[in-house]
Design a protein around this ligand. Structure first.
Ligand code: PMP
Length: 430
């Protein structure tokens, strides 16, 4: 495989963009490679600037459930463009989109569109604080909710100590109200409530964590969070930026049968466009300006082009709900193939799957929280990523991320991936 053109673009890119990329994971740093610059995508595959093609398991980090350049989503796109790109005034499609989200997600009675997942979680927390009149929030170690200052926090020495910033530039004073607890550990959360109960505005959680590799929450844990927040008058926020409309039409909330008070959505509802949204119970959402005192705004929020494509994406998914079982079938095929390879080669690796999301952990597991996943061998993952890349498979360029499947994947694509997985593992462990 030749990467000459990607390399040249990268040399230019680093002169003008920090690290040459607009989001750190794209730099391929944690797998010791140079980034691949993508030229196009169609169906299950992407092509880079050098003409190499890859079966894509990133799918824009989740949104491309229907694959790349899906014809249905692109229908009429020229007509939409010709009628104007942005007005900064309300348009009907925003109402259609909001109604659609409200109709599909039980806990959401009102919704506000924003431009990213980061904005969605930032706004939801502000609203939860405004509604409860409290300052503290609980997040979980290993969960990522975008790069809001108050959420860029790792655990202190004990679970109920105050967090410390994960990023420089975040004042310690800002994260002093962020409490970090252990994922899947209800006792830890209860201790936090015993200590700070009256001050806790909200718990925010990825109900199926995808940002420490794939670590689904246990049902009893989520049920416990639902009870403890109810008992203490705190808001339960599900961050469904990667799970909403992906794991099922009604998101993780539907799969687990648990209703949060608020939910955040992101890239998936834009079908690949820069979109986010947050919503919840009417009484909470009526706190948002101009109805209520919590300020939140956005010049490009509800952008018509993004709304049209996002709406078409959601409508296609809602009208063809067997898409979800089809996706899961593909994911099971991949999971079983990889499991068989692991057993045959007798290596310490574990494939974890939830619906159409998967992570191959280079460790024995079980993987229930951030500490567990830290035991994985990231150096082996780097080798694995590069071995797979050279065989035309685009995997997440980091161990602690998820693979996302699209309906465009064919059985041949999956069979090829399983074969490549076998060869890659063999090359690493031999
Ligand atoms: N929440 C979750 C669960 C995410 O995975 C992400 C990003 N991957 C975000 C929030 C932030 O979304 P964005 O990158 O669109 O700001």
């Amino acid at each position: 495989m030749d990467f000459d053109k990607s390399k040249k673009i990268y040399e230019e890119a680093v002169k003008y963009i920090p690290g040459g990329v607009n989001s750190p994971v794209r730099a391929f740093k944690s797998v010791g490679a140079d980034p691949v610059f993508v030229k196009s995508g169609l169906g299950s595959k992407i092509e880079d600037e050098d003409g190499n093609t890859y079966i894509d398991y990133i799918c824009s980090w989740g949104p491309l459930i229907l694959g790349h350049s899906n014809e249905k989503l692109l229908e009429d796109i020229e007509g939409i463009l010709k009628s104007g790109i942005s007005f900064g005034l309300p348009t009907k499609i925003e109402v259609d989109m909001a109604k659609h989200i409200v109709d599909s997600y039980n806990a959401v009675e009102m919704v506000r569109m924003v431009n990213s997942g980061t904005e969605a979680t930032m706004s939801a927390i502000r609203v939860a604080r405004g509604y409860t009149g409290r300052d503290k929030i609980i997040k979980f170690e290993g969960c990522y909710h975008g790069h809001n200052d108050c959420l860029l926090v790792k655990s202190g020495s004990g679970a109920i100590t105050y967090g410390v910033p994960t990023s420089s530039g975040v004042p310690a004073d800002i994260v002093k109200n962020t409490i970090v607890c252990r994922y899947n550990d209800l006792e830890d959360v209860k201790k936090a409530f015993e200590k700070f109960g009256d001050d806790i505005a909200a718990i925010i959680i990825e109900p199926i964590a995808g940002n420490m590799g794939l670590v689904p929450a246990k049902k009893e844990f989520l049920e416990g969070l639902r009870s403890v927040t109810k008992e203490n008058g705190s808001i339960l926020i599900f961050d469904e930026v990667i799970t909403g409309f992906r794991v099922s039409y009604g998101g993780a909330s539907e799969v687990y049968g648990i209703e949060p008070d608020m939910a955040c959505f992101g890239k998936i509802i834009g079908g690949g466009f820069p979109v986010g949204a947050y919503g919840g119970k009417r009484e909470i959402m009526e706190m948002v300006s101009p109805t209520g005192p919590v300020y939140q705004a956005g010049t490009l929020s509800g952008n018509p082009l993004a709304m049209h494509v996002g709406y078409k994406n959601l409508k296609t998914l809602s009208e063809n709900k067997d898409i979800y079982s089809e996706l899961e079938k593909k994911a099971i095929m991949l999971e079983e193939g990889i499991k068989k390879n692991i057993e045959e080669l007798n290596i310490d690796a574990t494939i974890v799957r939830f619906k159409s999301m998967l992570t191959l952990f280079f460790g024995k597991g079980p993987f229930e929280n951030f500490d567990d996943v830290q035991s994985c061998d990231t150096e082996v993952y780097s080798k694995y990523f590069n071995e797979m890349l050279s065989r035309g498979i685009m995997l997440p360029p980091a161990q602690f991320e998820c693979m996302f499947l699209s309906t465009a994947l064919t059985d041949e694509d999956i069979e090829y991936t399983i074969k490549a997985n076998y060869e890659a593992l063999k090359a690493i462990y031999n």
